[in-house]
Design a protein around this ligand. Sequence first.
Ligand code: GDP
Ligand code: MG
Length: 171
Amino acid sequence: MYTIVVLGSRGVGKSALITQYAENRFEEEYYPTIEDNFRKTDEIDGKSCLLDVLDTGSQEEHKSLREGDLSRGQGFVLVFSLTQESSFTDLLETWDRVLQARPGGEVPMVLVGNKCDLVSEREVSEERGEGLSVKFNCSYLETSARLGTNVHEVFRGLVRQIVRTTPGSRD
Ligand code: GDP
Ligand code: MG
């Protein structure tokens, strides 16, 4: 089983990405999350994999919960909204906290700019997203949880990274 933690500011689409991945559906309504776990079996590179995905609340509200989440995650999805500049800069602190919880070694991680369907509301360019992923030493994907764009790629890419950096994790 692969344990994945999804992080990012409130409203960026963490729950929407997980729901689209795990259940192939999208909610227009916004339901603030406290903490939730999702299990999904996916076929990745011809192998059946069980993913345990932890959906977190926003960083301000749930500081205490998150120390444990961070140390237990094998891979991290750092999500911002392409339509909200502040959610992009918030990830610098999130990234710091992940590295503090997981010192030494490579941390499997993917940076996600979500809501790419809202083209006219974009506040963060693709170049800036890519720039931040260079700093984080991870890959960058632009997604739409609404349309399902690149959503599977986020989770499958992360599992491949976990497999690469964690010897024996696939056995
Ligand atoms: P969370 O707080 O990060 O879990 O955010 P949610 O997943 O609850 O999403 C917040 C709001 O943004 C909800 O109203 C969603 O319907 C909406 N949303 C999430 N992802 C997308 C997306 O890719 N495109 C659009 N247009 N709206 C989205
Ligand atoms: Mg949520």
